[in-house]
Design a protein around this ligand. Structure first.
Ligand code: AMP
Length: 119
């Protein structure tokens, strides 16, 4: 399927420095910051710096360096957040996944028992 990235989305604006964020970690290929409306004691978003709409878009089109950089950011965020007891990683995708922001973001949720995966 074609992936049509919209550069006006709010996370693209964060990456351009037009909107502030509470950065947790950053490397050449990814940025991690606190979710503005946390749903758990730990709620951090990890986003690639490249223009990717979704996890499948990223997996298909991102370079190996971008993919490694993104996963390294996930590892660092988990260390920084101290989620040794566990966490959940969610990438809501398109309409059925109820994705609000069309730039790939991995939610890292933790800090308490999160319950079943779906209500
Ligand atoms: P999703 O439904 O997976 O697209 O979730 C989008 C997430 O982005 C939500 O959890 C929002 O609270 C979060 N969010 C929206 N705007 C901002 C922002 N400016 N800074 C941090 N998080 C944001």
């Amino acid at each position: 399927m074609p992936f049509n990235y919209d550069p006006t989305n709010i996370f693209a604006r964060i990456l351009r420095g037009e909107i502030p964020n509470k950065t947790v970690y950053e490397n050449d290929h990814a940025l991690a910051f606190h979710d503005i409306a946390p749903q758990a004691p730990v709620h951090i978003l990890v986003i690639p710096k490249g223009p990717y709409m979704s996890l499948d878009h990223f997996a298909i089109e991102a370079s190996p360096e971008e993919q490694v950089g993104f996963m390294q950011a996930v590892a660092e965020v988990c260390k920084i957040a101290g989620v040794e007891d566990g966490f959940r990683a969610i990438a809501n995708t398109r309409a059925h996944g109820v994705q609000e922001v069309p730039h790939l973001h991995l939610h890292i949720l933790g800090g308490r028992v999160l319950g079943r995966m779906l209500p």
